[in-house]
Design a protein around this ligand. Structure first.
Ligand code: TLP
Length: 344
């Protein structure tokens, strides 16, 4: 029985072309900036994001943390959406290691924070208050079901933040999914923000890595923080080589993952008891609830070789990716249909 693993696009394995590129990669010591493959990847990433420079980091979590360290000082306050990955899944690193106060703003279901609320939340300069210095956004928005932030929204909210002297960081772990969904270059979505981090290791299928992009000056600063965190990797060209293939070859195929997410959502709606909001499925993530008539859904689905990420109560996240075809999605739906019918 094939395991249909919908837990995350992080499980994607490198392609043969990536493995070949890794094998052949020209290498050097990247801490001395002598790894030509890392240098090429950073140049390519900066160019694709429309930024002056980029820094290769081991993970999306580290890119976000480095962005906070670069844009703030201990004692500052940062504004983060209530559903943000930075808030939920990054172990509180911004507070623990960056010494910042994390102030949350409600995320709407489309992954946005409301401009008026942002404006009201920014602290006036006053002796009692921590200075509010950074706004963090997320595109696509993981907990909001892969929702996409448009260029117009990002531009308006970033402009507002800038007017108040804040910087703006975009957690763009899946920014290429947003770019494909909106049919715009990723650089357009990143243009309004001061820094953007994106991941190679999710839908793009590279084994490891993330890029933090911004101005030359901020990336220099970020490089120092990366070293302090122990993220200075030596012959990192071995993994950067896969990242170059990811950026050159794997972006446009994300459309297939989006079509499969839609296929999955459409199929779930047809099985009695599943709650799915079809209009919210914009990219490769489907949030849904399993039927109340199958309380042991989790072990049952697992036993039938269908894996999901379980959030709370009946809430489930499914993520489509390169390792799953349209036929696999149909097969998963069939197994779930049988599961529900046998339970009822
Ligand atoms: N997200 C993972 C898990 O941590 C939940 C996943 O399976 O989706 N920003 C966003 C929006 C992310 O979704 C993730 C990973 C990260 C940052 C962190 O990236 P890594 O795993 O490279 O540290």
């Amino acid at each position: 029985m094939k395991i249909i693993d919908l837990r995350s696009d992080t499980i994607t394995l490198p392609t043969d072309e990536m493995r070949q590129a890794m094998f052949e990669a020209e290498l050097g010591d990247d801490v001395h900036r002598e790894d030509p493959t890392v240098n090429r990847l950073e140049e390519l990433a900066a160019q694709m994001m429309g930024k002056e420079a980029a820094l290769f980091t081991p993970s999306g979590t580290m890119s976000n943390l480095i962005a906070v360290l670069t844009h703030t000082r201990p004692g500052d306050e940062i504004l983060v959406g209530s559903e943000a990955h930075m808030l939920w899944y990054e172990v509180g690193g911004a507070s623990a290691l960056g010494g910042v106060v994390i102030r949350t703003l409600p995320n709407d279901e489309a992954g946005r924070v409301d401009p008026d609320t942002v404006e009201q939340t920014i602290r006036p300069k006053e002796i009692h208050h921590p200075p509010t210095t950074l706004l963090c956004l997320e595109n696509t928005h993981n907990r909001c079901g892969g929702a996409v932030l448009t260029r117009e929204y990002t531009s308006a909210i970033a402009q507002l933040a800038h007017q108040h002297g804040l910087r703006v960081h975009l957690d763009g772990a899946r920014i290429f999914n947003a770019a494909i969904a909106l049919n715009v270059p990723a650089s357009e979505l990143a243009a309004p923000v001061d820094s953007v981090g994106f991941c190679l290791s999710k839908g793009l299928s590279a084994p490891v890595g993330s890029l933090l992009c911004g101005t030359q000056e901020s990336v220099e600063e970020a490089r120092k923080w990366r070293k302090m965190l122990g993220g200075g990797m030596r012959q990192a060209g071995v993994i950067a080589a896969a990242g170059i293939v990811a950026l050159q070859k794997m972006v446009s195929r994300l459309a297939e993952d989006h079509a499969n997410a839609r296929r999955l959502a459409d199929g779930l709606v047809r099985i009695p008891g599943f709650a799915v909001h079809l209009e919210k499925v914009q990219t490769n993530i489907v949030n849904f609830e399993f039927p109340s008539t199958t309380p042991d859904f989790k072990p049952q689905a697992q036993a039938r070789g269908v894996k999901f990420l379980y959030r709370s109560e009946r809430k489930i996240r499914a993520v489509t990716h390169r390792m799953l075809s349209a036929e696999d999605i149909d097969e998963a739906l069939e197994r779930l249909d049988r599961l529900v019918r046998e339970a009822g």
